[in-house]
Design a protein around this ligand. Structure first.
Ligand SMILES: [Zn+2]
Length: 294
């Protein structure tokens, strides 16, 4: 039912210490330990549910990245943020690749790919959730694949993973697969939460972006660079996601049950987080890593 990670996925060390104990607030209410590698400082949820058990931790009406209704203030904030970020995501893509074939892995309901389509990209989507896959498939009038293993030997000059890599059990195998899917001059965008942000240190074990056990890995700029380095891939740029600090703070306040005060707190923490990051090596709540072959 649960498995222990014995080898650090980043550096191969066997020596870990307990870092934090976090509660799964959205589904099981179970506690999970996050351990830290004593050699490279990488954080990961450990022990964690086995791959067979993991799906049950995604079965929530509230797991909004897959749903389309804005029924409460948090979902509404998420939808608003999505609306504004979709356009900026496409703009960002165009800074590195102008046209070609884009694959969005964990494409959810397909709204990002729809924007890419109208910007002239040939698109492919991968989404494990059957409900989201059906919506995306209808929206894009295209087949959406369930997993990377269904793709065959296509290659893509743009690969995007918006808040996906932290969910993937077999991290190194997954990155090898990404590399196989990438053309020689292609670009990968990986967006993940950053546990070195101000909002992470402020909320500690209540930081919503730990999101155990769905988030198996908790990256920072140092550990993610080391991980991709291992696969002869390099980070050529790091880009802030400035709305995430507000959204993650809002969710963290909800878990702390701060009530109506939570809305003001989360705006304040979001602002503090973004201004801290500006002065401290881009330690924003979430970061987009732009990755290419070495
Ligand atoms: Zn390590």
């Amino acid at each position: 039912m649960y498995e222990k990670v014995e080898v650090c996925p980043v550096c191969g060390s066997h020596s870990f210490v307990n870092y934090l104990t976090c509660k799964d607030h959205s589904i099981s209410q179970e506690d999970f330990i996050i351990t830290q590698c004593t050699h490279c400082s990488f954080l990961f949820t450990n022990p964690r549910p086995t791959t067979a058990r993991l799906p049950r931790y995604y079965q929530s009406q509230d797991y909004i990245s897959h749903k389309d209704k804005a029924t409460n203030p948090i979902n509404l904030a998420y939808k608003l943020a999505r609306h504004f970020t979709l356009r900026s995501k496409i703009k960002l893509v165009h800074k590195y690749q102008h046209k070609g074939h884009i694959i969005d892995i964990g494409c959810g309901t397909g709204h990002f790919l729809q924007q890419a389509q109208s910007a002239g990209w040939k698109t492919t989507g991968v989404e494990p959730d059957a409900g989201a896959r059906a919506i995306a498939s209808e929206l894009l009038r295209d087949t959406i694949y369930q997993s990377l293993d269904d793709l065959g030997d296509h290659t893509f000059n743009m690969i995007t993973l918006w808040h996906v890599l932290e969910h993937v059990p077999d991290l190194n195998r997954y990155i090898s697969t990404l590399k196989k899917l990438l053309t020689d001059s292609g670009t990968i965008f990986v967006a993940v939460p950053n546990h070195k942000s101000y909002d992470a240190t402020h909320y500690k074990e209540h930081w919503a972006a730990y999101d155990v056990p769905r988030h198996l890995y908790h990256f920072d700029q140092h550990t993610i660079a080391k991980l991709f380095e291992k696969h002869q891939l390099k980070i050529i740029d790091t880009i802030p996601m400035k709305l995430d600090s507000f959204y993650v703070s809002l969710l963290s306040e909800k878990y702390l049950r701060t009530g109506i005060k939570g809305y003001a707190n989360s705006i304040l923490t979001g602002l503090k987080s973004n201004s801290y990051a500006k002065k401290h090596q881009l330690e924003y709540s979430s970061l987009i890593y732009v990755i290419q072959r070495k």
